[in-house]
Design a protein around this ligand. Sequence first.
Ligand SMILES: Nc1ncnc2c1ncn2[C@@H]1O[C@H](COP(=O)(O)OP(=O)(O)OP(=O)(O)O)[C@@H](O)[C@H]1O
Ligand SMILES: [Mg+2]
Length: 186
Amino acid sequence: MPAIVFISPKGGVGKTTASLVLGTQFAKHGAAVTMIDANPNRPLRKWGTGAHCPENLSIVSNVHEESILDVIDAAASTTPFVIVDLEGTAAKIALLAVSQASLVIIPMQPSNLDADQASRALVVIAQQQRMSRRKVPHAVLFTRTSTGDPHPDHDAHRPVAARGGCADARNRVSRARGVSCDVRFQ
Ligand SMILES: Nc1ncnc2c1ncn2[C@@H]1O[C@H](COP(=O)(O)OP(=O)(O)OP(=O)(O)O)[C@@H](O)[C@H]1O
Ligand SMILES: [Mg+2]
């Protein structure tokens, strides 16, 4: 049972969107999927009430720190794919979800601010790896990438892509915490 967990302490980087894209693609190709909505705002629950939700995609919400492990276990026993969407937090619930993950995906937009926050998510993964003495496969997923003109705002907000491509953002994340990561594009 692959459990795929989307984390980032930064809000608005694309966790919910990317998790929905993945979940609906699994469902579209015939796989049963449980999506665990671990965000108190329940964005997946709200999306799931629409007519566009595939029949083989179920959504479990109202998940808390105390229940996340049980909920992931229960989902894994009923569907071959489990996807967890967390709120923008580096709290204990993220560590717990990562402990059950077959793959952790850290979405980030290609900016320095997002790179700093993505590196905090990598720390959570590194901590879990030490605690469990197992490798936790993980990747940074660049979202909303653009090849457009440099952003005129403050340097911290300038798209890294404008100053040398997404590889710069990847290197920044890696340098910040002394860890390596894969990079994927959405
Ligand atoms: N690849 C994308 N292309 C265009 N827009 C996107 C993409 N991914 C996310 N967005 C938009 O960015 C906004 C924030 O995305 P989303 O809600 O998925 O982020 P989040 O990380 O789940 O935020 P939160 O931490 O608040 O839950 C939304 O308006 C969404 O439509
Ligand atoms: Mg979200």
